[in-house]
Write a protein that binds this ligand. Structure first.
Ligand code: ABN
Length: 178
């Protein structure tokens, strides 16, 4: 093993002769600061809260508040926005239950120009919320065709039929024109 010791010693001496303390500190500092900066690099993150996990780009005149009737996902709603009732655009307020049977609409996302299938699920089991009533009705049809109408209490299949508010769930991209 003597040969191994000699080689190691010779390499160590060469490194020590050719590198100063200053250059070591310089290199070490660069590695430290460079490493710390890596988490600051841009990475793709799913956009939360704007629907469908779609990338969100600012669009002139677009309303980006889910608690507004003009928010793109609310294009075909008839009811109270759960965002104004203690819930969110995708979750029912505490104490209410989401209806499994819903009205389905199609709305254009101004951020990417695509049409999305939106499920308007009623939240049930509490009296009417009374806040942020919206009646936008895009492609809504008369109630004698209930499967294409939004002016219906969809609190069916829930413990209670009492209507409280409505959430808007993005089901996917619409591939065919409605
Ligand atoms: N789908 C909302 C709703 C509930 C009760 C009555 C009319 C409309």
């Amino acid at each position: 093993m003597k040969w191994f010791d000699q080689i190691t010693e010779s390499i160590s001496r060469k490194v020590a002769q050719n590198s100063s303390r200053r250059s070591f500190i310089n290199g070490f500092g660069t590695a430290l600061i460079g490493g710390a900066a890596i988490p600051l690099l841009p990475v793709a993150r799913a956009a939360e809260g704007h629907g469908g996990g779609q990338p969100v780009a600012p669009v002139d005149g677009a309303v980006d508040d889910p608690a507004s009737c003009d928010y793109w996902r609310n294009c075909s709603i008839d009811g109270f926005l759960c965002s104004c009732c203690g819930g969110s655009s995708t979750s029912c307020p505490p104490g209410s239950e989401m209806s499994p049977i819903t009205w389905i609409g199609t709305c254009k996302n101004p951020h990417d120009g695509k049409d999305y299938i939106i499920s308007y699920n009623d939240c049930c089991g509490k009296t009417s919320c009374g806040n942020c009533f919206c009646n936008t009705n895009l492609l809504d049809r008369p109630t004698y065709r209930p499967h294409t109408a939004n002016d219906i209490n969809w609190c069916l299949g829930t413990d209670s039929a009492a209507y409280h508010c409505t959430v808007t769930l993005v089901l996917g991209v619409a591939t065919k024109k409605a």
